[in-house]
Design a protein around this ligand. Structure first.
Ligand code: ZN
Length: 77
């Protein structure tokens, strides 16, 4: 067992929850310059966010996580 439990904030309700009890979710974000020429640069990034159990249930994150896990089985340890 690990000695300490890191607190994270739920992205939905802002509540502090221990990381071990939070649900991690990888959110994909893309940025574009909206210039339709050679200078149109697109950025794709992903940010890891956390939900508390109740928000995760409410938003169906468990179902989404299942889909993600099937697509990329080794991305969540
Ligand atoms: Zn929450």
């Amino acid at each position: 067992m690990r000695g300490k439990d890191t607190l994270v904030n739920c992205d939905q309700c802002g509540r502090s929850v221990p990381r071990t009890k939070a649900v991690a979710y990888e959110k994909r974000i893309s940025f574009g310059t909206e210039m339709h020429n050679a200078n149109d640069i697109r950025f794709l990034t992903s940010r890891k966010i956390y939900y508390c159990i109740s928000c995760a249930k409410h938003r169906g994150i468990f179902e989404k996580k299942k889909e993600q896990a099937e697509r990329a089985a080794h991305r969540f340890d």
